[in-house]
Design a binder for this molecule. Structure first.
Ligand SMILES: C[S@@+](CC[C@H](N)C(=O)[O-])C[C@H]1O[C@@H](n2cnc3c(N)ncnc32)[C@H](O)[C@@H]1O
Ligand code: SF4
Length: 385
């Protein structure tokens, strides 16, 4: 499973920490050794690449009929934190060492508060071909409540600069269910996003994550009925504007779904580099390993080769697979289950058939029905042993 891998690279610093965010993001210290961090990423990548090459050799000797050899990277996600704090030559340095597949998708996350004067063409010139812009909302009042460092106008300027800089594949991240948000507020956010005509919109419901500032001082959130209305009318708006919903929170113009994220949802393998990054790989013996890199940037900078590995046991595999695959509106084929978990479909067939009878999943494919999607957590829960 080593060709067409996905690679996630984490950039852990932000101008400031947002009160709702539980990603591995850290307020930027006064002095950052940008080049030092990229060098640590390269050391991390090179050591993982060497191990992957060894696995590829074993795979080749156990399956001599395979023609392919070595690894290629089909998509890269430069995520954060705030990767857009790094300048383009740093990415160039990193990308030059990665064996890219033809037409690889390379996404960078950008915070509009760091890009007002950015010349996006420099990012485009080093090979980044997809941009994910963290708009969150187009209401300045909501942005202030979210502790964001930018205004709605700055997001619009960043978007236009990105277009003028050559980006023809742009995602806008929006959140809904924001503090004191009304249905009209949420729909206006979607309308403003649509008016920019991005290729992709991610529309996440705000969740209150443990250990965040919002968990300690939870703001006043919209009531259940308001949330239900936002969801109903928001989905209609996005659909009417030509954004097809292909995953719970992901909407795209035709052909513009995010290939990198689809790989996660299809339970594909991926390599993770950077502070707090995670990876998941099936080895030549068919075992599935997850691993994590040290969270703290300063620990990672000292030794970026340290990795904590965990073998995923077969009990966990089915539920982890369903947790991902059933988020896709079209799900995956039944074969994909065996292909990515190494388990036989018959191991979960009884559970599946009882869900089919309840009208929650499809009989012809590993996918939910519209009703099942609404009760996704409980559907996935049925696969916990
Ligand atoms: C890894 S974050 C990074 C984006 C970038 N740093 C920014 O904020 O502009 C990716 C996206 O996750 C979403 N997100 C973060 N925390 C969330 C939360 N608690 N609930 C829902 N969505 C969240 C936001 O839309 C955010 O843009
Ligand atoms: S800018 Fe993005 S990654 Fe950083 S703290 Fe805010 S939401 Fe999290």
């Amino acid at each position: 499973m080593l060709d067409n891998l996905a690679l996630y690279a984490h950039f852990p610093w932000c101008v400031k920490k947002c009160p709702y965010c539980d990603f591995n993001s850290h307020p930027m210290p006064e002095k950052v050794d940008w080049r030092g961090y990229v060098d640590a990423l390269l050391i991390d990548w090179n050591s993982q690449n060497e191990a992957l090459q060894n696995e590829a050799l074993k795979e080749k000797s156990s399956k001599p009929e395979t023609h392919r050899f070595g690894i290629t990277i089909a998509s890269i996600f430069l995520g954060g934190g705030t990767p857009s704090l790094f300048e383009a030559p740093h990415f160039s340095h990193l990308l030059q060492s990665i064996p890219l597949a033809y037409n690889a998708e390379i996404t960078m996350e950008a915070n509009p508060g760091t890009t007002e004067h950015t010349n996006f063409s420099t990012y485009h010139a080093v090979g980044i071909n997809r941009l994910s812009l963290g708009a969150q909302s187009f209401s300045d009042a909501s942005l202030a409540k979210l502790g964001r460092i930018h205004s709605a106008d700055e997001t619009t300027i960043a978007f236009e600069n990105a277009r003028n800089g050559g980006f023809d594949n742009i995602n806008i991240d929006l959140m809904w269910g924001l503090p004191q948000q009304t249905v009209d507020d949420a729909l206006n956010d979607i309308r403003r996003a649509i008016s920019l005509q991005p290729e992709h919109i991610s529309w996440y419901q705000l969740t209150i994550e443990a250990k965040t500032e919002f968990a300690v001082r939870t703001p006043l959130l919209p009531k259940e009925q308001t949330l239900a209305d936002i969801e109903k009318y928001g989905l209609e708006l996005l659909g009417d504007a030509g954004y097809g919903r292909y995953e719970v929170s992901a909407f795209a113009k035709p052909g513009k779904a995010c290939r990198h994220n689809i790989n996660y949802w299809q339970f594909g393998d991926y390599v993770g580099i950077g502070a707090g990054a995670h990876g998941k790989l099936m080895n030549s013996a068919g075992q599935i390993w997850r691993y994590a890199k040290p969270h703290q940037p300063r620990v990672y900078l000292k030794n970026s080769q340290v990795t904590k590995n965990t073998l995923v046991d077969s009990q966990q595999l089915a539920v982890e697979f369903m947790m991902n695959a059933l988020r896709l509106l079209d799900g995956v084929s039944f074969d994909q289950f065996t292909h990515t978990t190494g388990l036989a479909w018959k191991e979960i067939e009884t559970t599946w058939l009882s869900l089919v009878e309840q009208g929650l999943v499809r009989a012809d494919r590993c996918a939910t029905t519209p009703t099942g999607l609404r009760y996704l957590d409980s559907v996935v829960g049925k696969f916990i042993n």
